[in-house]
Unconditional design. Structure first.
Length: 314
């Protein structure tokens, strides 16, 4: 599982760049492709800088791909892969659909376009906790007279994110509280993602998607747009376009994976957001994460030691 925006934190790649030559090589390649000081940003960058969506997206994607390369070199062979919104790009790299270069270039443009859209279509996002998704959807419908507000993320059965015009999001949040939600948390994001307000960037991004090759998956990959399997490269290309304005169906991603079935859910990249969502959605889920040295070393212990790239001596 590859994480999306919200998983970034200061110093998130420090343990990788300090210890693993291959991680430094991947960051150097990413910096060459994007002309961005990604290593600096992911080691010493501040929270405010990392929160800028044009920085957040390539920073998270590069950190996740560095972890993926470490695990892949160690013999890690997942049964399937998926990514939460932005995380779908490294997931498609893992599945052989996108090259590293194409994924990073698309992620960089995606972040830039979304950042620009924030100025054109100011809005808000909020997480509704403790209320089933169908009741959150009803709250959005009730708030429709105040502007556009839609479900943006089906994260877990009792955590749903809404997105749209700020006034409509506020009214929908109050309606959700009236309907029994435990709390509504306004999210500190750069733009109202995963709703129709993002359609302003769709034409330019669609043209960019058309300029990159998409291969058919060599590893099963689940779409965060549909919650079902991606069957071809062309389908993957279209789903990345639809992802801009469509909701993230993470509950469906997890239930599809559970039915496959898979035995463990490994979060590849910074943070532990997706591990938590998996545990709260699937009662029997066994989760692993890689966002810090201890957890990365624990996963290393499950892999073939003779193929693992050992850390440099301190």
């Amino acid at each position: 599982m590859f994480p999306g925006q919200g998983s970034q934190r200061p110093g998130m790649a420090g343990h990788l760049l300090d210890a693993y030559p291959s991680a430094r090589a991947l960051f150097a390649r990413a910096e060459e492709i994007l002309d961005l000081p990604l290593a600096q940003l992911c080691v010493t960058g501040g929270a405010a800088e990392l929160a800028r969506t044009e920085i957040t997206q390539p920073a998270i994607a590069t950190t996740s791909l560095a972890v993926w390369e470490l695990l892949r070199a160690a013999g890690y062979q997942p049964a399937a892969t998926a990514g939460h919104s932005l995380g779908e790009y490294p997931a498609l790299v893992a599945a052989g659909v996108l090259t590293l270069e194409s994924a990073l270039q698309l992620v960089r443009l995606r972040g830039q376009l979304m950042g620009e859209a924030a100025g054109e279509v100011p809005g808000a996002m909020a997480a509704v906790l403790g209320l089933p998704a169908h009741q959150v959807q009803a709250a959005c419908t009730d708030a429709g007279a105040a502007g556009l507000v839609q479900v943006a993320n089906y994260n877990e059965p009792l955590q749903t994110v809404i997105s749209g015009h700020a006034a409509a999001v506020e009214i929908a949040g109050k309606a959700a509280l009236d309907a029994g939600a435990e709390k509504v948390v306004t999210l500190d994001v750069g733009a109202p993602f995963h709703c129709e307000l993002m359609s302003v960037v769709e034409e330019e991004f669609t043209a960019a998607l058309a300029a990159h090759p998409f291969a058919d998956p060599v590893l099963p990959v689940i779409s965060s747009v549909t919650g079902t399997w991606i069957t071809s490269g062309e389908e993957a290309r279209d789903l990345l376009r639809r992802q801009l304005t469509g909701p993230v169906r993470w509950v469906e991603v997890l239930t599809t994976a559970a039915a496959y079935p898979v035995g463990a859910y490994t979060e590849i990249g910074p943070g532990r957001v997706l591990s938590g969502l998996a545990r709260r959605t699937l009662a029997e889920a066994r989760t692993r994460s890689t966002g810090d040295p201890r957890r990365l070393t624990a996963l290393h212990g499950e892999l073939a030691p003779d193929t693992w790239q050992q850390p440099l001596a301190s």
